[in-house]
Design a protein around this ligand. Sequence first.
Ligand code: IPE
Ligand code: IPE
Ligand code: MG
Length: 247
Amino acid sequence: MPSDLLDRILMNPRVPRHVAIIMDGNGRWARKRGLPRHAGHWEGMNAVREAIEGACATGVEILTLFAFSTENWKRPRSEIDALMRLLQVYAEKEREQLARAGVEARVLGEVERLDPAAREAVRQIENATRGGSVLRLNLMVSYGAREELVRAARSLCEQARNGTLDPESIDEEAFEGALFTSGLPDPDLLIRTSGEFRLSNFLLWQLAYTELYITPSLWPDFTRDDLFAAILDYQQRERRFGRVAAG
Ligand code: IPE
Ligand code: IPE
Ligand code: MG
């Protein structure tokens, strides 16, 4: 599908390496249509496809999607079940297509909390797509940033107690290495759909200097062009990282 926005992005060499998205608004999308909330989650699968295809077209290297938070476990059981089922169906339906497109999918979060069928789906999508070199796709599932930071602290403390790590040597790099996103560059651009201006416990460490973009679109309505619009906006930003402006 030709896109004027895509052409404009590609004229600028400054494409974000890593884009993260808080995929929000599925419930409101469904309510607007008089449908149950899970209908919005299912519809959101098309938007996931759009985001992946759009990321591949622009040259984004890493796409990190917030699919299910630690706090989302507090939702009604029926909604959690629908979301777990959706994860399984997504993994089964899409893994070959993702592998063909060169997408390497990883599921990051407290995967041990998922039920066995969902865990098996995670294993299969990771195995089927291992080695893909076009796009790294992180699906954040049962993920909460505070939990991630606590885990990292615990893991470093254990290494110190075993004598394999000198506490004096703990620096930002060592801490980063204990996070789920270990080894990946921080997101350059964070997109949140549905017009909410908050982080909802997403990537609190990694977003320190990320550019933020909020769109009113509800996640199931999100298209490639919404991604392109966000990237074009990013290309106009001046990132200073605490220094003074260049020139
Ligand atoms: C995002 O949509 C999906 C998840 C959080 C799992 P919501 O389900 O939060 O939809 P709204 O925000 O209630 O509209
Ligand atoms: C954030 O959305 C989590 C995901 C998109 C998976 P929520 O809908 O759970 O966040 P709040 O409750 O509006 O902050
Ligand atoms: Mg929400």
